[in-house]
Design a protein around this ligand. Structure first.
Ligand code: COA
Length: 383
């Protein structure tokens, strides 16, 4: 038996949901290139594609969109749970707790017995969780600042409603379209840590709310989704493009990672980073005629890293440019990873459903490296 740290390169499942070519920098969802989806699709349509494997016709999309809109509101008691959390609670921890609590409001004993063919429950809970994710994150942004949350609206798209709930004003169409593209780009990414967590927890037939709560916990770490918040903190620390080289050189000499760089699967630039970079560029030029300071610093960091880390196949990943975009959109850094979670709930639900179709509980083995037979000594005889 050979142990492979981090299971790097070890296939953990067969999946039809997404595909990465890490050498060529390609990502497809159900065979569709991410570039095309970011340009032409919507988060709602891409979610349906991920869940069911086909681009929907107009009627199927209208129905699914309507279900998402109908399920945006959260129950009063869920709001009470949120109200009782300390306002210092990080939005990812709030999300983990509150999504887990949804199991009490939307239980299914039948499903828990292993009835993976209970399609009605599976479809309902899929919509409920995806619809609630955006609402919960937007609500908490107000609640943690001491204000009442803003009620969701049914007449807006997913991205528009999220912006409306955050800002309390009619969403700017350009920002909403940009957020839509960001949600599409973050919706799915094969067997990353949080998706693997989804599959492991799902394989025990745990309630899907618990499944997604465990995925949120996994995404919250700085080596995974938490990196986008770290990127912006790093860029602020660097301050200006001229400081990029000495800062990165020192960081590497201190054996610290450069946030937003490197990926287990990509040995070239993450295609999502390229799309986000272009979106940032287009949008920031359109909005302000001059590139923001963080963006200019980021471009310089990328240049220095290409020189110093390119030979290891370490290039910008999706988190490198997403944080900058979020900052330009006026989001608090605490929201960066939760927005990732909102988007990724689509991919998590798709993998949960795929797991159920051919479920076998995950139970890998290990190579024992501990002591041999040990003899139990009573407490008073131990030295
Ligand atoms: N900064 C500096 N060096 C990096 C690096 C980074 N961000 N990412 C990888 N490397 C280096 C490693 O130190 C290692 O160097 P070595 O061969 O001299 O020891 C080499 O590149 C290979 O990296 P490895 O640690 O084996 O990659 P991994 O697949 O185990 O880890 C990540 C992947 C994403 C966890 C890692 O790249 C990382 O920590 N990145 C920063 C966090 C981040 O942005 N996460 C978001 C991912 S979407």
């Amino acid at each position: 038996m050979q142990y492979i740290p981090g299971l790097a390169g070890v296939p953990a499942t067969e999946s039809q949901i997404s595909f990465i070519d890490g050498q060529e920098g390609v990502l497809t969802y159900r065979g569709y290139d991410i570039q095309e989806l970011a340009e032409y699709s919507s988060f709602e349509e891409t979610t349906l594609l991920l869940l069911f494997g086909e681009l929907p016709d107009a009627e199927a999309l209208r129905q699914f969109d309507q279900q998402l809109r109908e399920n945006r509101r959260v129950k009063y008691n869920i709001r009470e749970i949120m109200k009782n959390l300390p306002t210092t609670t990080h939005p990812m921890h709030m999300l983990q707790v509150v999504v887990a609590s949804l199991a009490s409001f939307y239980p299914s004993t039948e499903y828990m017995k292993g009835a993976s063919d209970n399609q009605e429950y599976i479809n309902d809970v899929t919509v409920k969780i995806i619809a609630h994710m955006g609402t919960l994150v937007a609500m908490w942004e107000h609640m943690r600042n001491g204000y009442d949350p803003i009620e969701p609206r049914k007449d807006l798209t997913y991205a528009e409603n999220f912006l409306y709930m955050l800002n309390g004003e009619e969403p700017d169409k350009d920002w909403a379209r940009l957020l839509d593209a960001i949600l599409i780009l973050h919706a799915e990414h094969t067997i990353n840590a949080s998706t693997f967590t989804t599959m492991v927890t799902g394989s025990t037939l745990a309630n899907p709310c618990s499944v997604i709560s465990s995925a949120i916990a996994s995404l919250s770490g700085p080596l995974h989704g938490g990196a986008n918040q770290k990127v912006i903190e790093m860029l602020e620390e660097i301050g200006s493009p001229e400081n990029a080289r000495p800062y990165i050189e020192k960081r590497l000499a201190d054996k610290k990672v450069v946030w937003g760089m490197g990926h287990r699967e990509y040995k070239t630039k993450d295609p999502r980073a390229s799309i986000l970079q272009k979106l940032s560029n287009d949008l920031l030029r359109g909005k302000s005629d001059q590139l923001s300071h963080s963006f200019a610093t980021a471009v310089e960091v990328e240049k220095v890293c290409e020189e110093l880390l390119g030979h290891k196949g370490v290039y910008p990943n999706v988190d490198f440019y997403s944080g900058i975009l979020y900052k330009e959109m006026g989001f608090d850094p605490g929201l960066f990873t939760p927005i990732f979670a909102v988007a990724r709930s689509a991919g998590w639900m798709a993998h949960w459903r795929e797991q159920l179709q051919n479920n076998r509980i995950f139970r890998p083995t290990q190579i024992y490296t501990g002591k041999g037979n040990a003899c139990y000594l009573p407490l008073d005889q131990r030295g």
